[in-house]
Design a protein around this ligand. Structure first.
Ligand SMILES: [Zn+2]
Length: 137
């Protein structure tokens, strides 16, 4: 019964605020929902599914993320940390060049946006906390 009431309340909410809900993607298969990875304040990121940056691949695991800017080209370095077996990851680090595009307002968190592909997630952009640009791949 509790579940039913929760459903009724959610439906009522949807009727009252259709515009707020329209902004929230509801179906993962529509390609609107992107998995978003978070870079912690200490600059670490956990990858839970194979993630591609162009032709670079990050396998599951934890990474330290470094960022440097040279004009409009901003480069990220992902360094594998905490691997039980170093052979798990063929390269110690990968470097990804991105193009920085102006963003109206900086975010308070660092996020890596992805799009689902058949067997992996493809990174589309990276936003760093406090930086008023988005890094497009
Ligand atoms: Zn940057």
């Amino acid at each position: 019964m509790k579940t039913l009431w929760a459903t009724v309340i959610i439906c009522a909410f949807a009727l009252l605020f259709p515009s707020t809900l329209a902004a929230v993607p509801h179906d993962e298969n529509e390609g609107e929902v992107h998995r978003i990875l978070r870079i912690s304040k200490s600059g670490e990121m956990k990858v839970s599914a194979e993630t591609h940056f162009g032709h670079h691949v990050l396998t599951r695991g934890s990474y330290r993320v470094k960022h440097r800017a040279e004009g409009a080209i901003h480069t990220f370095t992902f360094i594998r940390i905490g691997a039980k077996d170093p052979r798990e990851f063929p390269a110690e680090e990968i470097e990804v060049r991105t193009t920085a595009l102006a963003m109206p307002k900086p975010l308070g968190v660092s996020l890596v946006y992805t799009e689902p592909e058949d067997s992996f997630d493809l990174v589309t952009k990276i936003v760093l906390a406090g930086e008023n640009v988005e890094h497009v791949l």
